[in-house]
Design a protein around this ligand. Structure first.
Ligand code: SF4
Ligand code: SF4
Length: 344
């Protein structure tokens, strides 16, 4: 992978060049938190952010979208918006890019999703380094570094960004800047290694994932699931903010008495009572305990069986979003302790 260097004090110039590649969206401060949105001016960008409320996933799989319209006399008509809208997402953290790589597997794999794929083709991703806070555990989930899924990735090495060029589009962006980028030196590489080492040492949360699928297999009947079910409000916040949750519902918006309608896709959550409700009133996961257990089992066991890794990147959003303090790392560590107690 090509590696170059960009002086930090030329970042605003670089951003102005990037406008030719699409509308620039980046994290901005909003009511004490951070959100990804379109920049009115470069000075709004907060590249020192911790995490955004919603992950960049919202650009590729919008919370609600009309897939197509239909009329009895004319048939179907494409209606999804923004499929070829060119955007540049600036300042995406490694864990969120890793999450997009996971969604790529889901939406570009066995059952390709043309809506997701079209947006993935048209939206450029520029990654940026971050500093972990007390809720981050991406290192444990092996998602603190990405080697694909971005066009450019900027690593802070002091006065410069050591920049990985991930795609041909990233290369075009570099070329469009003229001489803003320069070759890296041995001193830059050493600075990169020192910064990476310091970041690794800054994590406060740690979870061992090596044998998690087996532990989940063995702890299916653990009392913890009922305990969590008693606490959980089934609000769905944890899955709404999660960069790897991809459940959605598809409904028809049809006004009574008309012969036309919209087929609409909306984010759904496996924590909602209605998620496993089927015709006839049967609900396969009627209790909150069964639903929260399902969420954990899908992420840490089922997804591993299907795709070879958990569908959690350790971004910490579910920890900060849960109104009753259900903490994914504490849950996993309690199951592990229970297993060790049995083994001991
Ligand atoms: S489960 Fe929680 S920590 Fe893991 S990716 Fe989802 S929101 Fe982030
Ligand atoms: S955010 Fe917390 S309370 Fe809400 S559904 Fe998730 S685990 Fe339950």
């Amino acid at each position: 992978m090509k590696t170059l260097k960009l002086p930090k004090d030329r970042l605003d110039l670089f951003a102005s060049v990037l406008q030719q590649f699409g509308e620039i969206h980046a994290p901005v401060a909003q009511n004490g938190q951070f959100v990804f949105r379109r920049l009115e001016r470069w000075s709004e960008a907060r590249l020192d952010y911790t995490r955004t409320i919603l992950p960049p996933k919202k650009y590729f799989l919008p919370p609600r979208e009309c897939l197509f319209r239909y009329r009895r006399d004319t048939g179907y008509e494409a209606a999804a918006e923004g499929l070829d809208r060119r955007l540049v997402l600036f300042g995406v953290h490694a864990c969120d890019i890793y999450a997009l790589n996971i969604l790529d597997q889901v939406f570009a794999g066995k059952f390709p999703d043309p809506y997701y794929q079209a947006r993935r083709r048209h939206i450029a991703v520029i990654g940026i380094d971050c500093t972990p806070d007390e809720h981050c555990f991406c290192r444990s989930m092996r998602a603190d570094f990405v080697d694909k899924g971005f066009d450019l990735f900027l690593h802070d090495i002091g006065d410069d960004y050591l920049t990985f060029v991930g795609t041909a589009l990233g290369d075009d962006m570099v070329l469009a800047t003229g001489s803003l980028f320069s070759p890296v030196t041995r001193a830059d590489i050493e600075a990169y290694k020192r910064r990476s080492e310091a970041k690794r040492g800054a994590f406060q949360l740690d979870v061992e994932i090596r044998d998690l699928p087996e532990i989940f297999e063995l702890e299916y009947g653990h009392d913890l699931w009922e305990e969590l079910g008693d606490r959980c409000l089934a609000c769905g916040s944890c899955s709404m903010v999660c960069p790897t949750c991809y459940c959605y519902d598809v409904t028809d918006d049809v006004a009574p008495g008309t012969t036309e309608g919209n087929r609409v896709r909306t984010w759904d959550s496996c924590l909602f009572t209605s998620h496993a409700l089927v015709a006839g009133g049967e609900n396969f996961r009627a209790s909150r305990a069964s639903r929260i257990k399902f969420r954990f089992y899908h992420k840490q066991r089922g997804f591993v069986a299907e795709y070879g890794r958990p569908s959690c990147v350790g971004c910490g959003r579910c920890i900060t979003a849960c109104p009753v303090g259900i903490h994914i790392v504490e849950v996993i560590n309690r199951l592990r302790e229970a297993e060790h107690a049995v083994a001991g």
